[in-house]
Design a protein around this ligand. Sequence first.
Ligand SMILES: [Zn+2]
Length: 263
Amino acid sequence: MAKCWANSLGGCDGISGEHIFSNAIFKAGCSCPTLVEGVKRIRGGDPTRGAEKSNILCRHHNSLLSPLDEVIGQVANFQAEANCESFNGTLLVEGELLERWLLKTVVNVAAAGWMGPFKWQPSDDIVGSIFGLSPVPAQLGLYSVDGVDPNHRPSGGVSFSPLFFLTPAGRILAGVYVTVHGMPLLASFNTELARRLESGEMPDLQTKFSPEGLRHLYHPGAIVMSRQRGKPVHIGLSWGGVLRYADGTTASFPRNAAAVSAT
Ligand SMILES: [Zn+2]
């Protein structure tokens, strides 16, 4: 029987075919195909189109998470607009929503059995964090990653690269790199992960995203997107409703204003 991974919250209704990776990513006006890479279940991790839905969430819990799909849709839209050299806008998003989307995506992949031989059910703590009922513990969750996905195609797509620690008890999931149309994010499940990666524990990663080296930033105030043509553009992230700028000033997240502002 298909089971909703949020069933610990109660109130489940009929199971829905949840998109493992938010469909909003692929509707962003980039006319890009639904292309997902790196999930083991599908042809050994080769890029795939289709097979992107799985019976892992009920309709009720799926619909409660639609704000998370909306936020990644805004990001994908912004990335599509930024393909135009003359575009010079800034996108503001709530960091917690992007972080919850990232964690939901990891859980979707794991619960669908796409990460390995087992279908994995998240702990109650993780479910509570994804639904915004409890905060994500400090130093876990979203980190930005300097640079771009080297396998990024102009047509776009998502990639998924799990990172495991080997322990006496076996392999444990320490985190996942998820890239959205080339923009890498790290979902960390271990407070030591970013430091250990930066110290060179996985040599292949040192210059994977940037020739300047591997660098992560926990709960960044902004993600800088470099472009092939045109100046870099920024996605500003608020944390606790506060936007923090590089010059040290702060501002409240404009909840009722349009999220994209042209400058
Ligand atoms: Zn449910």
